[in-house]
Each structure stands twice: as C-alpha cells, then as structure tokens.
Design a protein around this ligand. Structure first.
Ligand SMILES: *[C@@H]1O[C@H](CO)[C@@H](O)[C@H](O)[C@H]1NC(C)=O
Ligand SMILES: *[C@@H]1O[C@H](CO)[C@@H](O)[C@H](O)[C@H]1NC(C)=O
Length: 567
C-alpha cells in the first residue's frame, strides 16, 4: 500500500535519480583521432562541421596526425588548430611536412604495403594513447567524413554499444560499413546492404565491418581486446589492413560492430581508385556537397577556413539564360539553391514567382485568365488552386521573356530541386547530342515524374534522350525559342490547367482527349533526359532511394498532392 511516506520517499528517489544520472554529471571524455593525408579540399568542411558538434569541447581531446601530403592540408590544420584548438581539452598533433609519399606506392590513391603499415601503426598509437590517457571513448574519424548531424557524438554514446558507427551516405551506394565479408576477408555485397544504406530498416545493425567514423567505449572491459595490429590477433589470416584487422580482431574477441542509421548523421567521400588523380576527389566533393544540400542540410564554413574554399567561375552552361523560379517569401529555398549554383558554377537569374496568396479574381481577370471548364485534379477532383495558377504564370512569364529578350535557349529551374552528380558534364553531353544529331526540339525535361508505365522510346541515335511521355512536375527543363513560341501561341490562359498538365497536352501525350480539344495545335517536340538530371529535394525522413532509378514512380500520390498544395 502507498503510504504518504513511501510516496514522498519515491518522489525523493525520482528527483535524486534525475539529479545523479543527468543534471550534475559531466559528459564522458572523448579522444577524437584524425588521420589526414591530402585532404585540403575536404578539411574546411570537415573541420567546420566538427566544430559545430553539439558536445562540450573541453570534454574532447584531439589527436591528429598528418603526413605525406602533396597539398596544403597541414597549413589548413595549423590555422584551424591555432584558432580553435584552445577550446578543446588537449591537443596531440604531429604535422609532418617533410614526408611526400611512400617508396612503394603508385600515386596518392594507391594503398601500398608501406602505407598500410604506417596507417596501422598510427591507428594503434591513437588507440593506445586514448587508453593511457583514460579517455572514456575514442572516436576514430577520417577527414573525408562530413558529420552534418550536430548531435552525432551524444547519440552514439547513448547507444551504449562497445563499438558503433553512424551510417554515412555518399553520392551513391558506397558507405562506411559492410554487410558481408568474403572468405578472404574483403568486401561482399549482400542482401542486407541496401535496406541499411537506404535507411529502409532503421536502427543499429550488427555488421562485420565499420570504418571511417568509429566510436569505441573504452570503459567497457572488452574494449581492451581491440586492436588495429594484425600481429596482435591470434591466428590472424586477413590482409595487413587496419580496418580489416580491427574488424576481425573484434569478432574473434566476441565484440560486435554496429552501424546506426536511425538518423541522417553525415556523409562520406568514396575513396579514390588507384591511379585516380586528386582532382577527381575535388570533383567528387562538389557532388557530395550538392547531395548534402539536396537533403536541405547546411554545410557551414568556419571563418578561419573561408580562404581555403574556392569556387569555379560561373557560366550559363551554354544557355542564353538560366532562370530559377522562387517565391520571394521562400527565402530559405532561394539561399539553398544559390549554394547549389555556387557549387555548380552556374549563373542564374532568380525570377520572383507569382505568389498564389496574392492572387484574387480581379488580378486573374486582368491577366485574362479563364479556367478550363473540365479541369479537375485527377486524384482529388478539385479546381485549380491559386498556388497552381501562380506557378503557371511564373513559367508563362519566362516564356514571354524568351521572346522579348530573344533568348534562343534557356534553362528553367524550380527552387526545390537537387542535382545529379556531374550535372554540368551531363547537361553538356545532352546539349552536344541535340546539336550533333541535328535534332529539332522544343523542350527537354531535366526533371519530372513519369506518369505512364510503358517504356519511352529513345530518340533516334541518341544515348541520353527519350521522347517524353505523359509526365508531371516542372522541376527543370530546357526550352528553345520555338518551344516558347508554341507554348504562348496556344493561348493557355484562355483555358488554364496546371503547367505540368499543359506541357503534355502540347506535346500530345496527355491521356484526356477532352482536355486536348482546347488546344488544337499540339506539336511541341518534347524530349527528356534519361536518366533524369534533376530530382525533388529529399523529403525529411525519406529513405532517398528515388535517386537510384530514373523511374521515380515510387513516390506516392499523397506526396505529389502534398507538393502541389505547397506551391
Ligand atoms: C563473428 O563472425 C561470425 C561469422 O561472420 C558471426 O557469425 C558472428 O556473429 C561474429 N561475432 C560477433 C561477436 O559479431
Ligand atoms: C485584388 O488584389 C489587388 C491588389 O492587391 C487589389 O487592388 C484588389 O482590390 C483585389 N481585388 C479583390 C476582389 O479583392
């Protein structure tokens, strides 16, 4: 029975419990070990995101080694350490600017025996140092990891695992864990891999390998058995490789490795292949930054590191003009897109979209707008929203601008899109095809939602262009002046439908005959790039696997409706 005394006692215990467990206890200490070689391109972002981690810096010790560089990694590290280092508990850094590579390696991307031995020794040194200095945790972190989730350290600690890694995404399927291992201890793709990397099965997964961002709880007794040295592992049969030795050693000591994908923690660069020049990595970084921006995440650059960030000069990708349609009140979208344009090196004019909220009957009458009587949303049976009318008018204004300013070809972008890796090159290839094959064309979709099941035929002799079928969305397209003229000549304001219904009507692929009746001339020549080059930004909490296929039919109709209502 609950007596008053036991209730009071219980309340005191609860209160004291809280006090003891959370309020007055300092965060565990973490030694963060970072190896840096030729990372001048990633370091400004790596360090800035690291600085942004939501964890008391005085509880973090830094252990940093950098050597064998051919770039200015050491200059960047020194500048940052001089400015920011004082906030951390301690710094143990050895920045060696004398070494310039290993005798037995072929290029900076080659993993030679000497290089492996060196890295094994360094990682072991870090682990030993963390143990000797009584750190609660060691976080082994590579300098090409971008931790966009500021709570990563706290969350990983809360997992209470001996060894745990945050899932890191790349611009493709590469990640920082393996779901399988071959008989000779190398990477094996298994069925478990994709559901984890695409965050379809969320949680912390027991896997045979994690690397690049690995947290070890050194308070756990079993952690004493962990090692990076093949020679310290009984009956070791694997290669001289730091991460494989670590994984096999853990396994033979009965210690599980976990990768957690319950949140989006961060991103990782795909290692260069042997023989790749360093420039390939710089290009990849651009793609990765665009991928991160596609998740609507920030990539800050700390003031002291700004001088090390360089952007390429901007152009208009061979277009006469590039427009981005943006509602003036959606400032965050504009800023995100401008960051993307900086990365892409493209010069874009922001066109203030016609705001549906400011439209009313008088204004529609001024524009001479009449709705198509038959129009009803095929899924929701509703009339056109003011937002959709505003969206149409925004595109319409651009078509008119093309005629007024005599632009022969323009690119039109909406403001909630993400770009495929190597977007610039791919646009160049597509424009090259249009030219070399001497194709007559009016419109080329760069991003859209295909609405029909059947295959779309390739344009004759083309590798990257298909004849566009019924499609939704106007995320991005290239328009020729003849195309703009046709779109205007058909007088769409007299029988208005949403712009992504109007385009398929004019290229005569709309399924509804009665809608098409309003536009007797339907000769727009519309292609689409295949695969697509532009996609909608990732939805929060979404797995992000839409980008993996050209055919993005997986998106549910609810999401389409949600997107349309948002306009
Ligand atoms: C060690 O590896 C074997 C074979 O892959 C696996 O079945 C076992 O679960 C692993 N042990 C631990 C502790 O992860
Ligand atoms: C429509 O908006 C315009 C401009 O804001 C305003 O002048 C006009 O009175 C409005 N008309 C109606 C019917 O609300």
């Amino acid at each position: 029975m609950w007596t008053l005394r036991s209730v009071i006692f219980f309340i005191i215990v609860l209160w004291a419990g809280c006090d003891v467990c959370h309020c007055n206890i300092k965060q565990p200490t973490i030694l963060v070990a970072v190896l840096v070689r030729n990372k001048a391109h990633t370091l400004p972002y790596f360090l800035s995101l690291f600085e942004n981690l939501n964890y008391p810096k005085e509880r973090i010790s830094l252990w940093i080694r950098s050597d064998n560089n051919i770039d200015n990694s050491i200059e960047i590290l020194s500048k940052w350490l001089n400015k920011e280092g004082k906030h951390y508990h301690s710094i143990n850094a050895r920045l060696d600017s004398e070494s310039h590579g290993f005798d037995d390696e072929k290029g900076t991307a080659d993993w030679s025996n000497d290089r492996f031995t060196h890295v094994i020794n360094l990682r072991q040194e870090a682990l030993d140092y963390a143990r000797e200095s009584w750190a609660d945790y060691i976080f082994m972190l590579d300098a090409d990891v971008l931790l966009t989730n500021p709570n990563t350290l706290k969350i990983l600690i809360d997992k209470q695992k001996s060894v745990v890694a945050p899932l890191l995404k790349s611009d493709g399927l590469y990640s920082n864990f393996w779901a399988g291992m071959t008989q000779d201890y190398y990477y094996l793709r298994t069925e478990r891999y994709k559901p984890i990397v695409n965050r379809i099965e969320k949680g912390c997964h027991d896997v045979p390998m994690i690397h690049s961002a690995v947290m070890v709880d050194l308070k756990k007794v079993e952690s004493d058995y962990l090692t990076y040295e093949p020679k310290s592992i009984d009956n070791y049969a694997g290669p001289d490789d730091d991460i494989i030795a670590f994984a096999l050693g853990a396994n033979s000591s009965g210690i599980s490795l976990h990768v957690c994908n319950d949140e989006i923690y961060g991103f990782i660069m795909v290692p260069l292949e042997s023989g790749d020049p360093l420039e390939a990595d710089i290009e990849q970084l651009t793609n990765l930054k665009l991928e991160i921006l596609g998740y609507q995440l920030e990539i800050p650059v700390s003031p002291v590191l700004r001088e090390f960030v360089k952007y390429s000069r901007k152009d208009t990708l061979g277009m006469d003009h590039i427009f981005m349609i943006n509602l003036e009140r959606r400032i965050e979208r504009r800023l995100r897109m401008e960051r993307c344009f900086d990365e892409l090196g493209v010069e874009v004019e922001t066109l203030a979209a016609v705001d549906g909220r400011k439209l009313n009957e008088t204004i529609l009458a001024d524009w001479g707008i009449k709705m198509m009587p038959q129009y009803a949303d095929p899924y929701h049976k509703r009339p056109m929203k003011m937002g959709e009318i505003g969206c149409f008018l925004s595109h319409y204004i651009i078509w008119k601008r093309m005629i007024d300013d005599n632009y022969k070809q323009v690119m039109v972008l909406e403001d909630d899109v993400r770009f495929e890796p190597y977007f610039r090159n791919k646009v160049n290839v597509v424009m090259g095809e249009l030219k070399n094959l001497q194709l007559e064309w009016d419109l080329v979709y760069l991003g859209r939602k295909r609405m029909q099941e059947e295959d779309e035929p390739y344009v004759l002799s083309s590798k990257y262009l298909v004849h566009a079928g019924y499609s939704y969305w106007t995320l991005g397209y290239i328009l020729s002046q003849t195309g703009a003229q046709k779109l205007l000549d058909a007088k769409p304001l007299n029988s208005l439908v949403p712009v992504d219904e109007y385009l398929p009507i004019l290229f005569d692929k709309h399924p509804r005959a009665n809608w098409k009746g309003y536009f007797p001339v339907r000769n727009l020549i519309a292609f689409s790039t295949a695969p697509l080059l532009i996609f909608p930004t990732h939805y929060t909490g979404e797995s992000g696997y839409i980008s993996d296929t050209e055919n993005s039919n997986i998106i549910s109709e609810d999401k389409i409706a949600a997107r349309k209502n948002e306009l």
